[in-house]
Design a protein around this ligand. Structure first.
Ligand code: NAD
Length: 282
């Protein structure tokens, strides 16, 4: 059986950890050739080793790039096109949440600027160079490939809801991702290029768990989660796979929420959770 994104060429940023790691494995499992991009090359190479071992038939490579630098993002897209001859899926997923990010009074300008550089400009450049590449994608009916492509930008539930535990720069950066993605989706809708944001809820990945380093901090959030648990990176990867594939052919400009119901919740239910999360692909 062909995979859900068979023969497509994908670039995933932040491929060395969390959502990017799970998505890289899932996209390869579903037949895509994958370029794994991370500022941490050793981490991306670990992901690459897993893919080579499990999915020897897909083409895969890992490179170091800082999405906060335009020339690195351009270089990464060029590399994908050089390796695979096209770019069908761009997953602008890398992002940071700085430990010194705070409220309006305490957040320093350097933290604000660094967060915007990576979380907003990085996504902008990822969109820019992906769009330029996707315009050139030839249609190949035999392989099920077509012009255009799918761009997925990782935002967050914090772009939709306010928290009294602020990380102002991070929240503002994710709001910008939603707005930018929506607008670009309209600009490029007639070119076969779809752009959607994915909004994860709070996840058990290093990004959040390093920050929530005490049970008290975790409990402060857990009480608000309808399912009674944090999400798993693999659950977001499955949402990203849907947006990457032609199964979502009539979706563009969406804020696609994978948040366990958090952003729809007023009063949280009581009781134990009924189902365990799915296992990680790692
Ligand atoms: N974990 C959560 O609870 C959560 C919730 C909502 C949104 N998100 C978003 O999901 C995305 C992925 O987060 P995660 O939880 O998987 O994080 P993570 O920290 O587990 O992984 C992020 C990866 O991105 C890489 N990275 C960081 N800065 C980079 C840069 N400048 N250039 C290239 N790569 C860089 C890191 O090396 C790391 O491998 C981020 O955009 C994050 O804001 C996470």
């Amino acid at each position: 059986m062909p995979g859900r994104i068979q023969n497509k060429a994908a670039l995933i940023t932040g491929a060395g950890s969390g959502i990017g790691l799970e998505s890289s494995l899932l996209f390869a499992q579903e037949g895509a050739n994958v370029l794994l991009v991370d500022i941490n090359l050793a981490a991306a190479e670990k992901t690459l080793a897993l893919i080579k071992e499990r999915f020897p038939n897909v083409k895969a490579a890992a490179i170091k790039a800082d999405v906060g630098k335009e020339e690195d993002v351009k270089g990464a897209v060029d590399k994908a096109v050089e390796l695979f001859g096209r770019l069908d899926i761009m997953f602008n997923n890398a992002g940071i949440m700085h430990p010194e990010d705070d409220n309006a009074l305490n957040t320093e300008e350097r933290i604000w600027d660094l967060t915007m550089q990576i979380n907003v400009k990085g996504v902008w450049w990822g969109c820019k160079y992906a769009i330029l590449a996707m315009r050139k994608n030839p249609t190949d009916e035999a392989l099920g490939l077509h012009t255009g492509g799918s761009i997925i930008n990782t935002a967050s539930f914090v772009a939709l809801m306010g928290a009294a535990t602020p990380q102002l720069a991070y929240t503002a950066s994710k709001g910008a991702v939603l707005a930018m993605t929506r607008e670009l989706a309209m600009v490029h809708a007639r070119e076969g290029i779809r752009l959607n944001s994915i909004c994860p809820g709070p996840l058990k990945t290093p990004l959040l768990m390093d920050f929530l380093n005490t049970q008290e901090k975790r409990d402060r959030r857990l009480v608000h989660l309808p399912m009674g648990r944090f999400g798993e990176a693999v659950e977001v990867a499955k949402g990203a796979l849907f947006l990457a594939s032609d199964d979502s052919s009539y979706m563009t400009g969406t804020d696609f929420k994978v948040d366990g119901g958090l952003s729809s919740c007023y009063v949280t239910p009581l009781g134990e959770q009924a189902l365990p999360p799915p296992p990680s692909l790692v």
